[in-house]
Design a protein around this ligand. Structure first.
Ligand SMILES: *Cc1c(COP(=O)(O)O)cnc(C)c1O
Length: 484
């Protein structure tokens, strides 16, 4: 149908003979889409190149990006990604490789992947990494598949996975995709996993425990050693969600906390620009006991020569085409080599310092539901503004008028009217102060002039968009006059 449409438009109504007859009746596009949505009916102008470039440059300037704006989106690590790593990824010898090239012609690239795996093992304490998964969620899925195979091979029946109520949504999703039920463990008043509830939820049928540490409240799980002991005692494995690793890199190792499987998001912590869906790399690390289940192919080094191997017979198999997102790995390798161990540690220290600075400075205007030192992100509650009809959503939208990207909202789910701020290590004190001033001004406005706030953003071309409608109806009507 679609092919036919293309040929009709570009090659006349005769379909080229090399397209076999599908045997399916032709359907006109106008029968599928409402006529008014088809491009042909748009009265498009026909400007010259100069006008076109200016038009699109002006549109692009309306985008929020890390390059243009402070972007404190919690749990996303929207930090500055040094341009040097982009240059590394743009090197012809790396960029122009083809996955079908003979191994002898890509020894450098294989060596890079091999070395990156060794670096990630050194950073996390794990024994092996697979660089193949393309996202954090994909890494979790891969890790859970390995856990499932591990239990199956040992002939023990496991039915469920424990997940704290503060967990990222991908955790229960990954467990469910691997056929496990999820059991939610509540957090205690300190924002950590409630050890007593944890112990009650745990039994011989627990396949794994998925933990994020520091958790999504930005708090370090102090009882991790005890949780680990309890889980291992029941034959459950510990999965570590290391998507945001900029609180711990160079400081603490998930292996030392007792984790058996983990993932890192190279596209968050290790310097690949992200957002809008990729490409990314949710690399998965395991300890020796899960080695046999690693996805394939694996890189081997023998007599100084690298090659792809089909791994062990117990592998979970292939999880995507080829070898993962190679250029994301190139950036991560450049990043790790450039910073070194001491630099990684400094990176994490700055991330933690910045988050704590913001948390302390905003404490008097917003509630801090778990009032203690945080790690790389700070979670606030806007519940105290509710009396004036103002919600976290309104505060977030108003920040756009200050040239600041909204923080993550309504996550973690256990905090009412949550705003989750992750300043990242690459922001200066001046930027943080500007953010703090903006939030304070907005909180003043919430008390004195809440109505304005409820219409924010007031300075952008689109005004406040009806997001529910935008997600459900194909056609979004802009109202340029809104809020101006
Ligand atoms: C981002 C994130 C994920 C998922 O990573 P994707 O690459 O978006 O799939 C999982 N867990 C946490 C804590 C995250 O912040």
């Amino acid at each position: 149908m679609v092919d036919r449409f293309v040929f009709d438009r570009y090659s006349g109504s005769e379909a080229p003979t090399y397209v076999p007859d599908s045997g399916v009746p032709d359907v006109s596009l106008t029968d599928i889409f409402p006529r008014k949505l088809l491009r042909e009916t748009l009265p498009l102008p026909d400007p010259g190149e100069r006008e076109t470039v200016r038009h699109f440059s002006a549109l692009a300037a309306n985008n929020f990006s890390v390059d243009g704006n402070f972007y404190p989106l919690g749990s996303c690590t929207m930090k500055h990604n040094p341009r040097l790593h982009e240059q590394a990824a743009a090197l012809e010898g790396l960029r122009d490789l083809h996955p079908y090239q003979p191994e002898d012609s890509v020894q450098g690239a294989l060596g890079l992947l091999y070395e990156l795996e060794r670096c990630l093992c050194a950073i996390t304490g794990m024994d092996y990494f697979s660089l193949i998964p393309s996202s954090g969620a994909h890494g979790e899925f891969t890790g859970m598949m390995m856990i499932r195979k591990y239990h199956e091979q040992r002939g023990v029946k496991k039915t469920h996975v424990l997940v704290p109520d503060s967990a990222h949504g991908t955790n229960p999703a990954s467990a469910a995709m691997c056929g496990y039920a999820t059991v939610v463990v509540p957090s205690n008043s300190g924002g950590c996993v409630d050890a007593r509830a944890f112990s009650r939820a745990l039994n011989e049928q627990t396949a794994a425990v998925m933990l994020t540490n520091p958790n999504t409240l930005g708090i370090f799980e102090e009882e991790i050693s005890e949780l680990k002991r309890m889980a291992h005692e029941k034959g459950a494995l510990l999965y570590y969600d290391g998507a945001n690793f900029n609180a711990l890199a160079g400081i603490g190792a998930p292996r030392a906390m007792g984790f058996d499987v983990m993932h890192l998001n190279l596209h968050k912590t290790f310097s690949t620009p992200h957002g809008c869906g990729g490409p990314g790399a949710g690399v998965v690390g395991v300890t020796e006991r899960l080695r046999a289940y690693l996805p394939v192919p694996r890189i081997e080094r023998r007599d100084g020569r690298y090659s792809w191997s089909q791994g062990s017979p117990e592998t979970i198999g292939t999880i995507r085409s080829f070898y993962g997102n190679f250029l994301v790995c190139v950036r991560a390798y450049a990043y790790v080599l450039r910073l070194g161990g001491a630099g990684l540690r400094r990176m994490s220290e700055h991330a933690v310092l910045n988050a704590n600075y913001v948390q302390r400075m905003l404490k008097e205007v917003l509630d801090v539901p778990y009032d203690r030192a945080c790690m790389h992100e700070a979670v606030f509650s806007c519940a105290s503004l509710a009396g004036r009809g103002v919600r976290a959503y309104d505060v977030a939208k108003r920040l756009i008028d200050y040239g600041i990207h909204p923080p993550t909202m309504y996550f973690p789910l256990i905090v009412k009217e949550a705003l989750m701020v992750e300043p990242t290590e690459t922001e200066s004190k001046e930027t943080l102060d500007r953010f703090i001033e903006a939030v304070r001004a907005i909180c003043r406005e919430a008390r004195e002039e809440p109505d304005r706030l409820l219409r924010a953003p007031l300075s952008r071309p689109g005004g406040r968009v009806d997001e529910a409608r935008a997600a459900r109806a194909l056609e979004v009507k802009w109202n340029p006059a809104a809020g101006r």
